[in-house]
Design a protein. Structure first.
Ligand SMILES: Nc1ncnc2c1ncn2[C@@H]1O[C@H](COP(=O)(O)OP(=O)(O)OP(=O)(O)O)[C@@H](O)[C@H]1O
Length: 249
C-alpha cells in the first residue's frame, strides 16, 4: 500500500431491505491512522454500513477496498484475516473461559487455525496475548473467568480480543454504551492509548456527541441511508442537516 492508498474505501455502496433503502450511494475513503466516528439517529444506516464493511451483509451494488484490494465479496472470517476486526456492543466472549483463554481462542480463530486449542500450548501465543492484555490494563485479570468480570472490563477485553489479529481497521460499535458518565472518558482514554501504539485505523459508531467530539478526528453523519456530512467534528456538528436530523438541536 503506498501512502496515498486509503486503508478503507467504499464505492457507491447500495443496500435495500424491501422498500427501505438502508445505504444509498455510500462512497468514502479513510486514510490510515484516522479515528473516524459514524453518527446518525436510529435507522439512519450506520449498522448497515458497518455490516457491509465487515462482511456480515453483502451490498446490492458497489465495492469495498481494503488497502486497495477489492474485498467486497469476502465473508467476515476472511475479512478478519485480511485485517478488518470488529468489536460488538454486547461483548462476544466465552463466559466460562478466562480472559487469556478467550484471547487465545480469538487468535486461533483469526488465523483460521483449528483445532482452537492448539495455539494455547504455544508460549509465543501466550506471550503475545498477555502483551495485548497488558496494553489494555488487563494483565491482572488474565486468569479470571469472564463471568467474574465487570461489564466495563468485559468491553475492554472484547476490544483487546479484536486486536489479537493485528488488524489494519478496527470497528467499534458504541464503545461507551453501558459505561457510566464518570467512567466513559477514562474508558475511552484507555482504549485509544492501547490502539495508538499500533497506529490502527479506528471506526466507531457512537451516539454520545461528547465522546465523538473528544476522540474522533473525522465524523461521518448518516441520515436515511445517506452520508449527509463528512469532515472534522466541529464542522460536522455545526452542519444544519446534522443539527436537524442527528443531534436534534
Ligand atoms: N435486516 C433488515 N431487514 C429489514 N430492514 C432492515 C434490516 N436491517 C436494517 N433495516 C432497515 O434499514 C434502515 C437502516 O437500519 P440500520 O440498522 O442500518 O440503522 P442504524 O443507523 O444502525 O440504527 P440504530 O442506531 O438504531 O442501530 C432502517 O430503516 C432499518 O429498519
Amino acid at each position: 500500500m503506498n501512502k496515498a492508498t486509503p486503508v478503507l474505501e467504499t464505492r457507491n455502496l447500495q443496500k435495500s431491505f424491501g422498500a427501505v433503502t438502508a445505504a444509498r450511494d455510500i462512497s468514502v475513503a479513510v486514510e490510515a491512522g484516522t479515528r473516524l466516528s459514524v453518527i446518525g439517529s436510529n435507522g439512519a444506516g450506520k449498522t448497515t454500513f458497518v455490516n457491509m464493511v465487515t462482511g456480515y451483509l453483502k451490498p446490492d451494488e458497489g465495492s469495498i477496498l481494503l488497502a486497495g484490494e477489492d474485498v467486497t465479496r469476502l465473508d467476515p472470517r476472511r475479512l478478519t484475516r485480511r485485517g478488518i476486526a470488529r468489536s460488538f456492543q454486547i461483548p462476544q466472549l466465552c463466559a466460562e473461559l478466562t480472559a487469556l483463554e478467550n484471547m487465545l481462542v480469538a487468535r486461533a480463530a483469526a488465523e483460521g487455525g483449528l483445532p482452537f486449542f492448539r495455539p494455547a500450548r504455544s508460549a509465543e501465543a501466550r506471550d503475545a496475548a498477555l502483551a495485548v492484555l497488558e496494553r489494555f490494563g488487563l494483565a491482572a485479570i488474565a486468569d479470571r473467568p469472564v463471568l467474574e468480570l465487570a461489564g466495563g472490563t468485559r468491553k475492554l477485553l472484547d476490544i483487546a480480543l479484536a486486536m489479537t489479529g493485528r488488524p489494519k481497521l478496527l470497528m467499534l460499535d458504541e464503545p461507551t454504551s453501558g459505561v457510566s458518565a464518570e467512567e466513559k472518558f477514562p474508558f475511552m482514554d484507555r482504549i485509544m492509548a492501547a490502539l495508538d501504539r499500533d497506529g490502527v485505523t479506528v471506526l466507531f459508531v457512537e451516539h454520545d456527541m461528547d465522546i465523538v467530539g473528544a476522540y474522533a478526528d473525522r465524523v461521518l453523519a448518516f441520515y436515511a441511508g445517506q452520508i449527509i456530512a463528512d469532515g472534522a467534528p466541529d464542522m460536522v456538528m455545526a452542519d444544519e442537516g446534522v443539527r436537524r436530523h442527528v443531534t436534534g438541536h
